[in-house]
Design a protein around this ligand. Structure first.
Ligand code: NAD
Length: 488
């Protein structure tokens, strides 16, 4: 088992170093509010040092063949695999989720590493025709330079893997700013990269708060790409700041995802997936289902089943529990406030609605899995992403009303429909405004080879994971070869 370090430092040019200001902040377990460690509270100076180290390391890294880079990334993935139990235990501590759930996430990160490593042998370009005789044209992928990677806390190790592996495979060096709530996973990832032989400076990690350590990374003229996963609000400000210097920006943002239950749905299956999509990982998934849209013909039956099942869910950090805490006390307060406001506007609380205050949960950030009904589609709770275990049931007359309600959102990340009708499922898939559609399942659940991302305010059109991720982290170069027939 990995011992939690007393101090989580930055990782710059292959060395651990404290923030130049000498400041720290506490990392607190959401399971019991225990201080786990103190973390470097970095600022612009630290970001400058990390970006400088990345700049120096990048050309040497890019000179290696893509196959060699992929081979090294595979070594990192193998190191992750060897230490998957340690990773899971560390992630369980910093997020409060169960070790079992964290093991699944460790495996997802490993699989991403393995998939991307293989891309080193498939970094395909194209050849094309030309109107001029004796002209051969081909496209090749080029690294961008230094990638600034800023991530959320919700699934810390996959969040690192989804950005770091493709960024490095494409020949970039990187500076990673992990979430201030989950610094330990990044700390361990850096150590494993070093053990696997990643050259110093190719990956640098700067810890700290968003405005103090994230913003300088976005502002830095030496950062060629900013790849961000987080909230719409932060994404909007990043786009503005990076837009000022015309940097490439990839934003993977929030969702207010809907799961539709039609009158011909297998109701037990729909209930099961509703619980998974709305409450697993305490609803802290960009792809979580927070709007459950149910046909009138089955509404009452579905509501009775899903409310009963929600009330029976076990909450806690044990492997046998269904879900753990949300990430911090601020998030609990935000969720409780949203429920209070909805109730004041006429919402009916069917299950949960508040923080759990019994002796087993009182010290932690445990929000009860919460279901509401009688909420207007325009109400704040219908439109704002909460990122917690809170979902609303909506009653609709049929398919057209369901589709209109699903699309009535500024977000467009994922959507699911439960139906026995292939035609209905395909019509939904064609007309729903979302980047990912699932039939008869949850709104979540991606795999490393599947491009993931959303439309509307859920992103800026990029897809992460899959070969599509390579488009984020590389540029295309056209090479024209004009050869003369007289030369052979
Ligand atoms: P957040 O926007 O508060 O923070 C995300 C990261 O940005 C953190 O590392 C934070 O320190 C940093 N940050 C904050 N302000 C910044 C600034 N001004 N400049 C630069 N960096 C800054 O989001 P969060 O609460 O960590 O995560 C929840 C959000 O992430 C939800 O909206 C969720 O849907 C989204 N998310 C999206 C995906 C996806 O793939 N689309 C995946 C996971 C999470």
């Amino acid at each position: 088992m990995t011992t939690i370090p007393h101090d989580v430092m930055n990782w710059i040019d292959g060395r651990e170093c404290p923030a130049t200001t000498g400041q720290w902040f506490d990392n607190v377990s959401p399971a019991d509010n225990r201080v786990l460690c103190r973390v470097a509270r970095s600022g612009a100076e630290d970001v400058r040092a990390a970006v400088a180290a990345a700049r120096i390391a990048q050309p040497g890294w890019a000179q290696k063949t893509a196959v060699a880079r992929g081979d090294l990334l595979r070594e990192i993935a193998l190191a992750l695999r060897t230490r998957r139990q340690d990773i899971a235990e560390l992630v369980a501590q910093e997020t409060g989720k169960s070790v079992k759930l964290a093991l699944g996430e460790a495996d997802a990160a490993i699989e991403m590493g393995m998939f991307v490593a293989g891309e080193g042998r498939r970094l395909y370009g194209r050849t094309t025709t030309a109107s001029m005789p004796h002209r051969t044209v081909m496209t090749v992928r080029q690294p961008l330079g230094v990638a600034g990677l800023i991530i959320s806390f919700n699934t810390p190790m996959p969040n690192i893997a989804w950005k770091v592996f493709p960024a490095l495979l494409c020949g970039n060096a990187a500076v990673l700013k992990p979430s201030e709530d989950t610094p330990l996973s990044a700390w361990l990832f850096a150590r494993l990269c070093q053990e696997a032989g990643l050259p110093a400076g190719v990956l640098n990690i700067v810890h700290g708060y968003g405005r103090e350590a994230g913003l300088p990374l976005v502002e830095s003229p030496d950062v060629d790409l900013v790849s961000f996963t987080g909230s719409c609000e932060t994404g909007r400000s990043i786009q503005k700041v990076a837009g000022e210097r015309l940097a490439k920006v990839c934003l993977e943002l929030g969702g207010k995802n809907a799961l539709v239950v039609c009158d011909d749905a297998a109701l037990d299956n729909a209930v099961n997936w509703t619980l998974q999509a709305a409450f697993s990982n305490a609803g802290q998934r960009c792809a979580a289902a927070s709007r459950i849209v149910v046909f009138d013909a089955v509404y009452d039956r579905f509501r009775d089943l899903v409310v009963k099942a929600t009330r029976e869910l076990a909450v806690g950090p044990a492997d046998t529990d269904f879900m753990g805490p949300v990430i911090n006390a601020r998030q609990v307060a935000k969720l409780e406030d949203a429920v209070r406001q909805a109730k004041a506007a006429g919402a009916v609380i069917l299950a949960g609605g508040a923080k759990l205050t019994d002796p087993a949960h009182a010290a932690g950030c445990y929000m009860a899995p919460t279901l509401l009904e009688n909420v207007a589609p325009d109400a704040d709770i219908s439109q704002q992403e909460l990122f917690g275990p809170v979902a609303v049931l909506y009653r609709v007359a049929g398919f057209e009303e369901a589709l209109a309600l699903v699309n009535h959102s500024r977000y467009g990340l994922t959507a699911a429909i439960h139906t026995a009708s292939l035609h209905r499922a395909m019509t939904f898939a064609e007309r729903v405004e979302a980047g990912v559609v699932v039939v008869n399942g949850g709104t979540h659940g991606s795999e490393p080879h599947m491009g993931f991302g959303g439309v509307k305010n859920s992103g800026t059109g990029w897809r992460e994971a899959g070969t599509e991720a390579l488009d984020v982290y590389s540029d295309w170069k056209y090479i024209n070869l004009i050869h003369s027939p007289g030369c052979c």
